[in-house]
Structure formats: C-alpha cells, structure tokens
Write a new protein. Structure first.
Length: 67
C-alpha cells in the first residue's frame, strides 16, 4: 500500500482515489436512488481532491516520498 500522506502531511492522490472507489462501491449497493446519488457525488468529490493533490505534487515535486 502506498503512503497515505506526502512529506508535508497532505493526503496523496492515491489516497483520494481509494476513497473514491470505496464510495462508488457503496453507491452501487444502495437501494435508495437519492442515497446512491449522494454517494456518487462524494466519489466525484474525492476524484477532484485527487486531481488537486496531483497539482500540488506537480508544483512541489519533493513533497511525495516513495518508499
């Protein structure tokens, strides 16, 4: 498993993508349409967080230490 945080303590893109996948799996299990839509929106938000984390890493390349 990759590190969940970068050297500055921020969550990594991989962390947010894992959360997004978990939310999508939960959404598929939901019977209620509104609840499923809400979980899907949460997954989309996590994907945006992953993109923002990638942008942060691109601006500051030394932040993420790969073990």
């Amino acid at each position: 498993m990759e590190r969940a945080t970068s050297n500055d303590g921020q969550f990594t893109p991989a962390y947010w993508r894992e959360r997004a996948e978990e939310a999508r799996v939960l959404a598929e299990e939901m019977k209620d349409r509104d609840t499923r839509a809400m979980m899907t929106m949460i997954a989309e938000t996590y994907e945006r967080m992953a993109t923002l984390a990638e942008l942060r890493e691109d601006r500051e390349p030394g932040l993420t230490s790969r073990r």
